[in-house]
Design a protein around this ligand. Structure first.
Ligand code: ADP
Length: 638
């Protein structure tokens, strides 16, 4: 039977089979029972049987259909493998022969091509044996393209997930509903200092991570987990392996199995320590600004108010709400238009900080004085982003200050009369009007006279300073000769110059008379020259120069004296200020001379400056413009 079968398959099988959709050679028929036949007919993959010559002897109905779909017009029973299944790679024949020879089966993926499309098939090749002899080979080709597609999509997803999990800065975690951590991504090392294996198996709220607040954290997590709801942006203060504070921002979503049943949580945890510190600082800063006692506003570059703190209502009377969107002119506009122009020039064009005293108007119409500071805030490109305006209501302080000044002024006035009387009488005594004095008496009266003169000078200075502060110093300019006034001041100082044996040099250019207040100009020379004498030791040098430089008259007074310490130079024109070295060499100064001098010079549109080196000497330089356009008139200076 085998022999027959073999013959039929090898010789006539092809013709026989071609008339039927599928057929089996008789030798094979005996190898298949009914069950096999049914299975064979119902499989949806290609099942093909080849004889030992690799000629197709049988194919199942589904196989026939698939092969047709794959472009084979006629299923060629009895044809060789390469013709019957032309889409199969050439190498398959060799493989089949090997199997026939060895009687072993094989399986694996085969890529077959139909036109340009490559498909993947899973092929099983099983030799058919009859009484130990291989009589043919069954091949089953499963179409795996769809499966492959799905699988590769799945794998891509897995890879994507893995990549995300491994490389994002967030720590990905999973836990069951009891809070036991079942997975954590490698970011745990960076965020918490623990490797994943040190974390997995721990409770999410473990004391290991929350030593300071274990109980509270446990409660928070348990409450959340019992609700079985996702949660977001939960902030937890943990400690890392090294004990450092780590603020975690945790998100959690329910984790479902294939059947859609939730079995735990999956989520992320981010280290927001820095952010939290920044936020806390910002909050502190906001609170500080909000509740600062000074009025603070922030405006855009055009002066439109973006922010106003609470204190704004106590200065202006307007609530922050009423102010936002408005401009500071809401309570300003009390100064001259030139004043505001100058201010804007400084803060907008020069991008400098403005500091000054302004009169403003409250909502109720009351005027107040504000010490104001406006700072432009620049961006990286140096463009103005905002202005920060800070005001302090100094109306009351000003009133107190004024009362004090008035008191000093009054007291000085009252002192003037008794002091002139003392001056007058001591001078008379010294002149011998009441008979000759003994040497001792003369010495005593001379001391009284000198001390009294110092007191007169002090009272004069105090009066001038109060006049400056109160704006009541009267200036009456008329044409004056500066060299003449300088000489008067020098001759007043002649006794001291002689006593200290100071060498004085004078250089006066031919200069026109200029319009200045003669009394105040005398004060300038008196102060500068008396300081030069006071602060220059014996045998020193003083030089006074009056020159014309272009449109300016320049006066300079130099000395070879003690100089002004560099650190204290910035304060030298402040009221009552005296440098340390000056206090030692002359304890009796009052620190008013230069304050008055500067005010007087500036009132006449002049300037004063100095150069000094401690131990070497000092040069004060005063500049007045020659052409003074103003008519001589009495005016007050402030
Ligand atoms: P006073 O001379 O009464 O102290 P001033 O207002 O005239 O007050 O001067 C203020 C301070 O400036 C002095 O105390 C001294 O420290 C310093 N000063 C002024 N002139 C000179 C100078 N020529 N040489 C050194 N220091 C000077």
């Amino acid at each position: 039977m085998n022999k027959r079968a073999g013959r039929k398959v090898s010789k006539k099988g092809g013709g026989n089979i071609s008339r039927r959709r599928f057929s089996v050679s008789r030798s094979m028929e005996s190898g298949l029972d009914d069950v096999c036949r049914q299975v064979f007919s119902s499989v949806s993959d290609i099942v093909a049987v080849f004889d030992t010559d690799l000629k197709l002897v049988m194919m199942n109905p589904a196989g026939v259909k698939i092969v047709r779909l794959l472009g084979v017009k006629r299923v060629l029973m009895g044809k060789r493998l390469s013709e019957a299944l032309p889409f199969i790679p050439k190498a398959t024949e060799t493989e089949y022969r090997k199997l026939i020879k060895t009687g072993k089966s094989s399986a694996g993926e085969v890529i077959y091509r139909v036109g340009d499309i490559a498909r993947t098939g899973y092929t099983k090749r099983i030799p058919v044996k009859n009484k130990g002899r291989v009589v043919g080979i069954i091949t089953v080709i499963q179409n795996m393209t769809e499966l492959k597609k799905k699988e590769s999509a799945l794998q891509k997803n897995v890879r994507r997930l893995k990549t995300i999990t491994f490389f994002v800065r967030e720590m990905v975690w999973e836990s069951d509903f009891n809070g036991t951590i079942t997975y954590v991504s490698p970011a745990s090392k960076k965020i918490m200092g623990y490797a994943p294996k040190e974390i997995v198996g721990e409770k999410i709220y473990s004391e290991k991570f929350f030593p300071d607040n274990h109980k509270e954290t446990k409660k928070i997590i348990e409450d959340l987990f019992s609700k079985r709801k996702e949660f977001h942006l939960l902030r937890l203060a943990a400690r890392n392996k090294a004990g450092g504070r780590v603020i975690l921002e945790v998100n959690g979503a329910l984790f479902f199995d294939e059947e859609g049943k939730a079995f735990g949580y999956i989520g992320t945890a981010t280290n927001v320590t820095e952010r939290q510190t920044y936020e806390e600082n910002l909050k502190k800063f906001e609170l500080a600004v909000e509740s600062a006692s000074d009025h603070i506003i922030i405006t855009d570059p055009n002066g439109v108010i973006l922010f106003a703190n609470k204190a704004v209502s106590s200065t202006t009377g307007y609530s922050p709400k009423e102010i936002i969107g408005q401009r500071p002119s809401l309570w300003g506009k009390q100064m001259s238009p030139e004043f505001y122009k100058d201010m804007w020039r400084k803060i907008r064009d020069k991008k400098e900080v403005y500091v000054g005293e302004l009169t403003n108007k409250r909502k109720n119409g009351e005027l107040y004085i504000a010490e104001t500071r406006i700072s432009p805030v620049l961006d990286e490109k140096g463009e103005i982003r905002f202005y920060v305006g800070i005001e302090r209501d100094i109306t009351e302080a000003k009133a107190i200050d004024r009362a004090k000044t008035e008191f000093v002024s009054l007291a000085s006035h009252q002192l003037r009369t008794p002091l002139s009387i003392i001056d007058w009488y001591t001078e008379s005594l010294l002149a011998g009007d009441k008979g000759p004095l003994t040497e001792a008496q003369k010495g005593y009266v001379d001391e009284i006279h000198k001390s009294n003169r110092r007191m007169v000078d002090l009272v004069e200075s105090l009066l001038n300073a109060t006049r400056i502060d109160m704006g009541t110093l009267v200036v009456s300019p008329k044409p004056v000769s500066l060299p003449k006034i300088a000489d008067i001041a020098l001759s007043d100082l002649a006794p001291q110059i002689k006593e200290k044996e100071i060498f004085v040099s004078k250089v006066y250019d031919e200069i026109p008379n200029i319009k200045l207040d003669p009394d105040l100009t005398e004060i300038i020379f008196q102060n500068l020259l008396s300081n030069a004498v006071k602060y220059t030791p014996k045998n020193g040098k003083i030089s006074i120069k009056i020159r014309q430089e272009g449109k300016n008259i320049v006066i300079s007074v130099s000395d070879s004296g003690i100089g002004i310490p560099e650190k204290q130079q910035s304060k030298i024109f402040s009221k009552l200020f005296r440098a340390d070295n000056a206090r030692i060499v002359n304890p009796e100064g009052n620190g008013l001379g230069l304050y008055i001098t500067k005010a007087v010079i500036e009132a006449a549109k002049g300037t004063i400056g100095f150069e000094s080196k401690e131990g070497k000497g000092t040069t004060f330089t005063v500049t007045f413009p020659v052409a003074r356009s103003r008519k001589p008139q009495a005016k007050k200076i402030a």
